[in-house]
Design a protein around this ligand. Structure first.
Ligand SMILES: N[C@@H](CCC(=O)N[C@@H](CS)C(=O)NCC(=O)O)C(=O)O
Length: 278
């Protein structure tokens, strides 16, 4: 916590203690990027039920839509100057672009070094809740990579649903909202167990295969460019952090062990170098 920091990162409050239970992938991408650049900031924790009001209060429109076309208000938001309401940035990729443009050489250096990021998904893979769309063309290869990585993990999100820990004050409302989004009525229906769970896990393993290949291409890792971290690692790392907090420990252990342990090594390296919750 850096109470005097000017930058404020808005992240989702899961159950208390917030720093320990923070699980949302996109806010984690922003946190990893801020720590990568070594920029001082503090975190403002927002209950799920308050996200829309907070975002509107900062003058930000929604950057996602639900399947029915209605606005989906999300975090992270980064406010770089609390006195200037136009300084709020409401998308993790925009935050990373901003940090790179404003602090090109700080901390661990370039967030977007040139590299091949040709990760593709099994044909026809589609998430139940659509992802954000980007049009500005900045760091386009990374943006395309993010789209595919986000889709790969989102499609398997049911594995995490019952592992999310919510502040008791809002737990019932949050569960009801998640059910509404996918058109179900009982929380039990959102869980996945036994053989069906094993099948979905295996699908995740296969889907992540080409990503593992990218993490192995340098031979040593733990990053896609070997010892040099980049925003591509952070994009995957945001999701690994989510899995680390929402899957049963033994299952996350399995995932960490897939493909010679590449995901475990990546997660550990990102947490150690850029995982401070400030
Ligand atoms: N494109 C946005 C997507 C942000 C997003 O989807 N955030 C999720 C958490 S990872 C969220 O705020 N969810 C709120 C909710 O589910 O109500 C970004 O990268 O910042």
């Amino acid at each position: 916590m850096e109470p005097d920091a000017t930058f404020v990162l808005y992240d989702i409050a899961f159950a208390s203690p917030y720093a320990e239970n923070a699980s949302a992938p996109n806010p984690w991408k922003a946190r990893y990027a801020l720590n990568f650049k070594g920029v001082p900031y503090r975190t403002e924790w927002v209950l799920m039920t308050d996200i829309a009001a907070v975002r509107k209060g900062l003058g930000l429109p929604a950057c996602r839509k639900f399947a029915d076309g209605t606005d989906f208000y999300t975090l992270p938001v980064l406010v770089t100057n609390p006195k200037d309401t136009t300084s709020a940035i409401g998308d993790s990729f925009d935050i990373a672009n901003y940090l790179q443009a404003t602090f090109p050489d700080s901390g661990a250096g370039d967030l977007f070094p040139e590299q091949k990021l040709n990760y593709t998904l099994p044909e026809g893979m589609q998430s139940l809740v659509p992802l954000s769309e980007r049009a500005d063309g900045i760091h386009a290869e990374y943006a395309r990579f993010q789209e595919n990585v986000d889709m790969a993990f989102s499609v398997h999100a049911q594995l995490t649903a019952h592992g999310m820990k919510w502040d008791p004050e809002v737990a019932d409302k949050v569960k009801a909202e998640f059910l509404r989004r996918v058109g179900l009525s009982e929380w039990e229906q959102l869980g996945i167990h036994g053989e069906a769970r094993e099948k979905l896990k295996e699908s995740l393993r296969v889907t992540l295969g080409p990503l593992a290949g990218m993490l192995q291409r340098d031979g040593e890792g733990p990053f896609m460019l070997g010892k040099r971290p980049s925003y591509a690692d952070i994009i995957v790392g945001g999701w690994l952090r989510m899995l680390s907090k929402t899957l049963p420990e033994a299952e996350f252990g399995e995932i960490c062990g897939w493909y010679d342990g590449v995901f475990g090594k990546l997660h550990a390296a990102l947490q150690e170098r850029f995982g401070d919750v400030k």
